[in-house]
Design a protein around this ligand. Structure first.
Ligand code: FAD
Length: 397
């Protein structure tokens, strides 16, 4: 079957013309690099000052990229996506709230989301960030000092703190296994990633014995991650569990490069976009080659990579809706890929964050940067929206 991502009628069937016009205005605004740069710096500050910016954010960027301020508010949207055979990955999008009480609260929220998802027809997976329930500086320390992990702890307090992180992670994964919902562990900055990887692999060993419950994220914009994917698979094979893996290019490129330069170490990021693309596509091939004991989520807005995955599936005679193959795009982006993959019969979802506006600001700022004209995404999204608006205008003329 030939899949085309050009069909905007399919892509935007769930959006009213008014909503599309709103999206057009937003993407046009994000096309101004200077506006995005100023906005990314100013918005978090404005949020703190108590100035009335909430309303403006709610009606514009929040509406485009976020499912609602609470779990319940995501329901109508999830139901609408379901009508088009699109699934949902719920993401309780709180970032940056530190402190043990906040961490315990976030853990309970993740558990609530799992219980809620288990009762919905089209929410097979939720996503979590370990920084939602672990202190960033602790993760960084563990990343830098492997001996802390091997049981030779310098500070008893930190050892206890790390044990609480493990318990939180285990409580979440245990609940996920009980209710039959998957857990995606997001990847974040490279300087905290090692303990996140280790903890996630530990959870996979425990809970992925029959099927994938826990998924790690592999960022192929890092030049060491294809080897890490192969290593993860080797560990899964030797310990007899299913490797759950979400493939992404990665969201923190500028921050990674800037830190490496500032601190004088070699950048972990691939030297060119082409190198990221090559490793991403190689990773798709690797996972599909080992699909018997790998469950893969191809998380990308790149048309060629998504097409490549469907071509490999076809070549290998694997069903588009193979239970171990799932596609995903962020809500608010690349509907042309999501809805056309759904139409072709693939397992595909929208990654749908929710949470109070002030808590999802870091996520929104990453989306603004990703959709600024520097990245080239805006032109593509705008072109698709304009094409669909023109098509609809032709229908009423
Ligand atoms: C469902 C979903 C979940 C995600 N979860 C995570 C996550 O947990 N952690 C995370 O970090 N990211 C995550 N991402 C990825 C991230 O948010 C971006 O959406 C993604 O990196 C954009 O790349 P793309 O695959 O859509 O393809 P493209 O638009 O083709 O590629 C853009 C990406 O290529 C890379 N790139 C661009 N220029 C260069 C260059 N000069 N050199 C090297 N590399 C370059 C960057 O990663 C950039 O983001 C997720 C994405 C999706 C869709």
């Amino acid at each position: 079957m030939n899949i085309s991502f050009d069909n905007t009628e399919v892509a935007f069937a769930y959006k009213s013309t008014k909503e599309l016009k709103g999206a057009k205005f937003l993407f046009q605004t994000m096309a101004y690099d200077w506006f995005v740069k100023v906005g990314v710096r100013l918005t978090p500050f404005l949020m703190k000052t108590g100035l009335p910016v909430h309303g403006l954010i709610r009606k514009t960027i929040f509406k485009q990229f976020v499912g609602g301020e609470s779990l319940e508010q995501t329901a109508p949207l999830a139901a609408e996506l379901g009508k088009h055979h699109v699934q949902v990955i719920l993401d309780y999008g709180v970032e940056g709230a530190e402190g043990e009480d906040n961490f315990d609260h976030a853990t309970q929220e993740f558990i609530k989301v799992l219980e809620y998802a288990s009762k919905q027809p089209n929410i097979p997976i939720i996503s979590i960030k370990v920084t939602g329930f672990a202190r960033f500086a602790l993760l960084q320390k563990l990343n830098e000092a492997p001996r802390l992990r091997s049981g030779i702890h310098d500070h008893e307090a930190e050892e206890q703190e790390w044990n609480r992180v493990r318990q939180r992670m285990e409580a979440i994964c245990k609940k996920a296994a009980e209710v039959g919902v998957g857990v995606l562990v997001d990847a974040e900055e490279s300087w905290i990633q090692d303990p996140v990887d280790r903890l996630t692999i530990e959870m996979m060993e425990k809970f992925n014995t029959q099927k994938a419950v826990v998924y790690n994220t592999v960022q192929l914009y890092r030049h060491d991650r294809y080897a890490f994917l192969q290593l993860s698979h080797k560990i899964a094979q030797s310990k007899n569990f299913i490797l759950g893996v979400k493939l992404v290019r990665g969201a923190y490129m500028e921050k990674e490069r800037a830190r490496a330069q500032e601190k004088g170490y070699p950048s972990p990021i691939q030297s060119t976009k082409d190198a990221s693309d090559k490793d991403f596509n190689k990773a798709i091939g690797f996972c599909l080659e080992h699909i018997a004991n790998t469950s893969v989520i191809i998380a990308s807005h790149n048309e060629s990579s998504n097409l490549l995955a469907t071509e490999i599936l076809a070549e290998k005679g694997l069903a588009f809706n193979h239970p171990n193959v799932h596609f995903s795009q962020l809500f608010g982006m690349s509907d042309n890929i999501t809805f056309n993959l759904a139409k072709a019969g693939c397992n595909v979802s929208k990654y749908l964050p929710f949470g109070p506006i002030r808590d999802v600001i870091p996520y929104l700022m990453r989306r603004a940067q990703e959709n600024s004209s520097i990245s080239g995404q805006t032109g593509r999204e705008l072109g698709l929206i304009e094409k669909e608006l023109t098509r609809r205008k032709g229908l009423v003329a």
